[in-house]
Ligand binder design. Structure first.
Ligand code: FES
Length: 480
């Protein structure tokens, strides 16, 4: 059987995103076998793959690292020595097994040749066997498959791949991360509570592969659970590639309501009446939410506002919000005091304006003014899960200098081949609709996410529906 690798690992080997591989599979340029790709097929499409070339994938990883400054520090990039040793041992066993298989196949060929040598009519078969032996003996050292397998071995030392069943979601565990940390970073919503080994809510069953404990935990697994392969994802990392049976939050109703005492970490002024509010939760209480949802924020003096979360759920410890001065006590307090390190209560999440993850078709994001906050969260999550084929962001604001996330938009545009950004000033519903119809070749095959002032959002959603876009392809978030 030829060597096969998972889609995620193939993307790492070829230095491209999973979305690109999925696009090629849909176009028939690559074929999958039970969700895996043949290495020879991968080399046919990416003939120049080398150890050094990691291209787009690295760029995407850089963007994600920029978005998550503290969750994936450089000093945690290398696995611990114990995990490295365990991985080397496991790879050594796998290589020894392959070598033994190769020897056995060679012996089989020898034996067949000898037996057939005495039989009538076997000449043609013997010649064929000799030729095959010759091919095996003279494989050039720079054989592309060998190069790719060497790269695969190197990548397996650095990280292990996890597949969750029954969902089929895949992600990598890098460096010293726990399985849970890696899942959250990759946008996979495994169940968990304390993230520190106390509650048992992150329990999952190892179907295949090997894990090792990286943190002590107070929660006690029963003997029966241990025998069945259960372990805590917050306290273990992966030694080898794993298949895990674990539950995941599928809808917003699956997420618990949380109440967290967090801290204001930073307040960034953006012009006269806008602050970018950065909130940090305690280490053991990350906010579980879906991209596009809202949280209710309460300051020490009791001032309250519910706001869309502008950051990615892949980092539930560092939350971002856009705060207009407005005319309530919440805005007045923040703009007057501008005090960091103040405690802030975070309750939530709320709302159903979330990514339709089952849909891989290109997505169009329309942000009107501060509607960019939930849209930014959706886009960052979509990049994390690497599932959507292409993105187009239209962001209209009132003033020419109103695109306050300009740097973020530009970085995505420069880095991702499948991301387009159209900044607009003062565009109305008819302008936007005309632009969508002229820019997008088959608008009714796309998925639309629209966020901003309620009236404008409803206008655009209504206009899209009137233009023939099915209602289930339009998601809207009115911000009042
Ligand atoms: S999340 Fe509580 S024990 Fe793992």
């Amino acid at each position: 059987m030829t060597q096969r690798v998972s889609l995620s690992r193939a993307a790492r080997l070829a230095g491209v995103t999973r979305a690109e591989l999925q696009r090629r599979i849909r176009k028939g340029e690559l074929t999958t076998f039970e969700g895996e790709l043949d290495i020879a097929d991968l080399l046919r499409v990416y003939p120049s793959v080398t150890l050094e070339k990691t291209g787009k994938l690295e760029q995407v990883e850089r963007i994600k690292a920029d978005a998550l400054p503290r969750s994936h520090d450089a000093d945690t990039a290398l696995p611990s020595p114990e995990v490295l040793v365990a991985r080397i041992r496991s790879l050594g066993e796998a290589l020894a097994q392959k070598a033994a298989q190769a020897d056995a196949q060679a012996a089989l060929l020898d034996e067949l040749r000898e037996r057939l040598a005495g039989g009538a009519g076997a000449d043609a078969l013997r010649a064929w066997l000799d030729a095959r032996r010759g091919e095996i003996d003279t494989l050039p050292p720079e054989d592309a498959r060998a190069g790719l397998l060497a790269k695969d071995t190197f990548l397996r030392l650095m990280s292990a791949s996890i597949k969750i069943i029954p969902s089929g979601h895949e992600f990598f565990v890098d460096g010293t991360e726990s399985i849970l940390e890696a899942a959250v970073r990759a946008g996979v919503r495994l169940g968990y509570g304390c993230a520190s080994g106390n509650c048992g809510e992150c329990k999952a069953r190892v179907v295949s592969g090997e894990v090792t404990r990286i943190a002590e935990h107070d929660y006690v697994l029963s003997e029966r659970e241990k025998q069945m392969g259960y372990m805590l994802t917050c306290s273990n990392t992966a030694v080898t590639d794993l298949v895990l049976e674990a539950s995941e939050a599928r809808t917003t109703a699956d997420l618990p309501q949380q109440d967290i005492r967090a801290q204001i970490r930073k307040l960034e002024p953006e012009g006269e009446d806008l602050l970018l509010l950065h909130v940090q939760t305690p280490r053991t209480q990350t906010l579980r939410f879906m991209a596009g949802q809202r949280a209710r924020l309460t300051l020490e003096d009791g001032a309250v506002r519910e706001l869309p979360i502008a950051s990615c759920p892949c980092d539930g410890r560092h939350l971002q919000f856009s705060v207009r001065r407005g005319d309530d006590a919440f805005g007045a307090h923040l703009f007057e005091h501008r005090a960091t390190r103040e405690m802030i209560r975070v309750q939530g999440p709320a709302g159903d304006f979330v990514l339709r993850e089952e849909a891989t078709e290109p997505a169009v994001f329309v942000a009107i003014g501060d509607g960019i906050a939930p849209i930014k969260s959706l886009i960052e999550h979509a990049i994390s899960i690497d599932h959507i084929e292409a993105f187009h962001l239209y962001w209209t604001v009132d003033r020419p200098d109103g695109h306050y996330h300009q740097r973020w938009c530009r970085a995505l545009k420069e880095t991702l081949d499948n991301f387009a950004f159209t900044p607009l000033v003062g565009a109305g519903t008819s302008d936007l609709l005309a632009m969508l119809q002229s820019d997008l070749p088959a608008p009714d095959g796309l998925r639309y996410y629209i966020a901003g002032p309620t009236t404008a959002v409803e206008d655009i959603g209504g206009a899209l529906a009137a233009a023939g876009i099915p209602a289930e392809r339009i998601s809207m978030e009115g911000l009042g």
